[in-house]
Design a protein around this ligand. Structure first.
Ligand SMILES: C[S@@+](CC[C@H](N)C(=O)[O-])C[C@H]1O[C@@H](n2cnc3c(N)ncnc32)[C@H](O)[C@@H]1O
Length: 221
C-alpha cells in the first residue's frame, strides 16, 4: 500500500495521462518556472483543466486572475476564451511577471492576455468591470479584500474561484498562527455572511497535497 501522497499523485497522473494531452506551451511554462527556481505552486494539470472547463461552461469572455506566477493557470484559462475575449492577470513579482510574459507569448496568447505588474490591491482599483470569472490565487492574508474587489468587478452570474482554502487541514484551527490560514478563515466568514454569493468548496488531493478550491457564484452585486 502506497502512502497517501504517492497514491494521490499516481491517481492524478493516471487521469492526466488519459484526459490531458501533452501540450508544448503548458509544458514549457512549467519547465521555464523550474529553470528559474520559481516555487512549484502552480495549479496541478487536472485543476488547470478544471478551470478551463468551468470558464468554457459559463461562456466566459472576460476573466480576471489574481496571482500569475509563470502563467500556467493563465494559459489554461485564456484558452477557454473566444477570439475577442480578454484575460487580465495581476502579478506583484517582477521576475515572475517577466517569465509569465514569455510563456504567454510562446503560447500565442499575448493578444488575449494583459499582465498588470504590481501588488493586486494597487492594480485592482484600476480595472473596469465586469468579469465573468475571477480566479484568486495570490497571497492569502488579503483574501477578504480580494473577495470584496471581486464582487465590485462582477455581474450576477460571475464565478469567483479561490485556491488553497484547505491548506492540508490547517483551516480547521481557529487559533492557527499562520496568516494564510487566518486569511482563508476570514474569507469564509465573510462569504458566510454575504447575501451576494452562493458558495461551496471542493477538497482536492494530488501532487500538491491536500488542499481545496472555493467556488462562489455571484447572485447580486
Ligand atoms: C500560487 S502563485 C500563482 C499560481 C498561478 N495562478 C498558477 O496556478 O499557475 C501566486 C502568485 O501570486 C503572486 N503574488 C503574491 N502576492 C501578490 C500580490 N499582493 N499581488 C499580486 N500578486 C501577488 C506571487 O508572486 C505568485 O507569483
Amino acid at each position: 500500500m502506497q502512502d497517501p501522497q504517492s497514491q494521490w499523485t499516481a491517481i492524478d497522473n493516471y487521469f492526466a495521462a488519459h484526459l490531458i494531452p501533452p501540450d508544448a506551451a503548458l509544458d514549457a511554462a512549467l519547465q521555464s518556472a523550474t529553470a528559474a527556481n520559481l516555487p512549484n505552486i502552480h495549479v496541478a494539470p487536472n485543476q488547470g483543466k478544471l478551470l478551463h472547463l468551468l470558464a468554457q461552461s459559463i461562456n466566459a469572455t472576460r476573466i480576471l486572475e489574481i496571482g500569475t506566477l509563470a502563467a500556467y493557470s493563465t494559459i489554461w484559462l485564456a484558452r477557454a476564451l473566444p477570439p475577442t475575449g480578454q484575460l487580465i492577470t495581476l502579478e506583484a513579482n517582477p521576475t515572475h511577471a517577466e517569465i509569465a510574459r514569455k510563456n504567454i507569448a510562446r503560447a500565442n496568447l499575448s493578444h488575449l492576455i494583459q499582465l498588470l505588474e504590481g501588488p493586486a490591491l494597487t492594480t485592482l482599483p484600476t480595472l473596469n468591470p465586469p468579469f465573468d470569472l475571477i480566479f484568486i490565487d495570490a497571497d492569502k492574508p488579503p483574501l477578504p479584500d480580494y473577495f470584496s474587489w471581486s464582487l465590485k468587478l462582477s455581474h450576477p452570474g460571475t464565478l469567483i474561484i479561490a485556491d488553497n482554502v484547505v491548506r492540508r487541514g490547517a483551516i480547521l484551527n481557529p487559533d492557527s498562527p499562520d496568516p494564510a490560514v487566518q486569511g482563508v478563515r476570514r474569507l469564509v466568514d465573510l462569504i458566510a455572511r454575504s447575501p451576494h454569493v452562493s458558495a461551496t468548496t471542493l477538497q482536492t488531493v494530488g501532487p500538491k497535497g491536500h488542499d481545496g478550491l472555493l467556488l462562489a457564484r455571484v447572485l447580486t452585486v
